[in-house]
Unconditional design. Structure first.
Lengths: 262, 256
């Protein structure tokens, strides 16, 4: 392909950049890691399950990019510190963080045990904070970086039919923490944004997609009339990670087929 | 395949003669689109098209009044298969509400809201009949936050956001996506007078998280993203490209 004028090719690209993706052992995390590698980045993939990570790292290396697999439970401070240490040792810098690791455990609120609430918050909110804090510090030192937190449409609207007070609270927390960190860090070169995916097929939504009723509900309620396809999150994450979004910070990019407009 | 590319696709940009429209046209051109540059000022549209061609892209120019639906229909139909339509024209009369004159109100509402409505109807019919496409309208940070003297402009920009959302809901099943861009303070010919006032210039830069004004190419890149397949599951979104203006409360910058 000819190099387009005004470096259009580099605008939506991440060549020479180093990206870290948490929750990369499954579902959307794999999409994010492959999208960033596809745009030219070296990628550090992390999750709790090492075996699947190694496979993903090999795939990325087969595609001609560098990859590193690191086991990490984002709710544990020492794990996040170790992840950052490994990433910085190997690559010397981190330009992009995609804080994607998350869990859900739907139950009616009146029966939601405190331990479930605390565990979901520990991974989805505290985990995102720990990763933002550690990698944000490294980016501030460099004077540049782009953080993409993975929130959810359930960070801006309720679910009800898939009851999960803990998940919605955690994602709502990620939404406003994203704004706050953008306020604190943007002038020092670190942009902070979030993606709010609508309904995508993944391990987390397995049950829903397995039932006709669940799929019908998504089709009926989504203006585009269908759930999202995993690869449709590739463009948004590369847009926010790259210089193409140089004036975008503190934003929640909803990729939801119109779920939240109706 | 790079989902951001627009190679071989035709994109119409209405308002391509200056500022944000010019930025959107050039960004689509950089991504490989054949750009149809429309503006009420033909010379300005031609100048944008010439720049795209000089940079190695493909573009043509024509005169178009965004408030003339028949002319818009004919112009868009003449382009064949359309990938997307970006519309940017707008006007602002800065005046406090108690001082606003009926003719000023009509002028702002007619161009901003009436123009967006015209684009939605004409492009919406064309693209839905063709089986899909992407429409990008121009909202503003003023759809969400206001300032004394900007009430009518803000009302039209909030109206544009709601028209875009409604169109997304109504046209979703046809394959037509409708999104809006909400720029913050952008360096354009229209905002030059503000930038020349040093205190005002500084105050606006200071209101953003990034601490600076945006450039029209930065809005243009976001427009190209929304036209492209890279945003194929986005519809009804209002994408703020505002340096964080709406994410923070930055009216006062305390001493460190």
């Amino acid at each position: 392909m000819n190099a387009a004028p005004n470096s259009a090719e580099s605008l939506f690209r991440l060549d020479g950049k180093v990206a870290v993706v948490t929750g990369a052992s499954s579902g959307l995390g794999v999409v994010f890691a492959q999208a960033l590698a596809g745009a030219g980045a070296s990628v550090v993939v992390s999750a709790r399950r090492q075996d699947r990570l190694e496979q993903l790292a090999s795939q990325i290396e087969d595609g001609g990019r560098q990859a590193l697999a690191v086991t990490c439970d984002v709710s544990r401070e020492e794990d996040v510190d170790a992840l950052a240490t490994r990433a910085l040792e190997r690559f010397g810098r981190v330009d992009v963080l995609v804080a994607n690791a998350g869990i859900s455990d739907p139950r009616p609120a009146e029966q939601e045990p405190l331990e479930v609430w605390q565990q979901v918050l520990a991974v989805n909110l505290t985990g995102v904070f720990l990763c933002n804090r550690r990698f944000g510090a490294a980016m501030l030192e460099q004077g540049s970086g782009s953080i993409v937190n993975i929130a959810s449409v359930l960070g801006v609207v309720g679910a009800g039919q898939i009851p999960q007070a803990s998940y919605t609270a955690s994602k709502g927390g990620v939404v406003n923490m994203t704004r706050e960190l953008a306020a604190q860090w943007s002038r020092r070169g670190v942009r902070v944004n979030a993606i709010g995916p609508g309904w995508f097929e993944s391990e987390m939504t397995e049950e829903m997609f397995a039932s006709d009723q669940g799929v019908r509900w998504i089709r009926r309620k989504t203006p585009m009339g269908r759930p999202g396809r995993g690869e449709e999150l590739a463009g948004p994450v590369v847009f926010l990670a790259s210089d193409a979004s140089s004036y975008v910070t503190g934003q929640i990019l909803l990729v939801d087929g119109g779920w939240t407009v109706v | 395949m790079n989902p951001f590319r627009l190679d071989g696709s035709t994109v119409a940009v209405i308002g391509a003669g200056s500022g944000i429209g010019e930025g959107a046209a050039e960004a689509c051109g950089r991504q490989g689109a054949i750009v149809a540059c429309f503006d009420v000022n033909l010379l300005a549209a031609q100048a944008t098209a010439d720049r795209i061609v000089e940079a190695g892209g493909k573009a043509e120019a024509a005169e178009l009044d965004i408030l003339d639906p028949e002319a818009m229909k004919a112009a868009l139909e003449s382009l064949g298969t359309l990938r997307g339509v970006v519309a940017t024209p707008g006007v602002n009369v800065r005046k406090r509400l108690l001082d606003y004159q009926p003719d000023e109100f009509d002028r702002v509402v007619r161009l901003n809201l009436g123009g967006a409505m015209c684009v939605l109807q004409v492009a919406g019919r064309l693209l839905s009949a063709a089986g899909g496409g992407s429409i990008v309208l121009l909202s503003s940070i003023r759809s969400q936050v206001v300032e004394p003297g900007q009430g009518v402009y803000a009302a039209t920009k909030a109206g544009i956001a709601q028209l875009a959302r409604t169109a997304a809901a109504e046209l979703g099943a046809t394959g037509v996506r409708v999104n809006a861009l909400a720029p913050g303070v952008i360096d354009t010919p229209l905002t030059k007078p503000i930038q020349q006032n040093e205190a005002w210039n500084r105050a606006y830069a200071g209101k953003t998280a990034l601490g600076r004004w945006g450039r029209s190419d930065e809005i243009g890149n976001a427009a190209a993203f929304l036209v492209s397949d890279a945003s194929s599951y986005m519809t009804g979104a209002v994408l703020f490209v505002d340096g964080g203006w709406t994410a923070i409360d930055g009216r006062f910058d305390p001493p460190a």
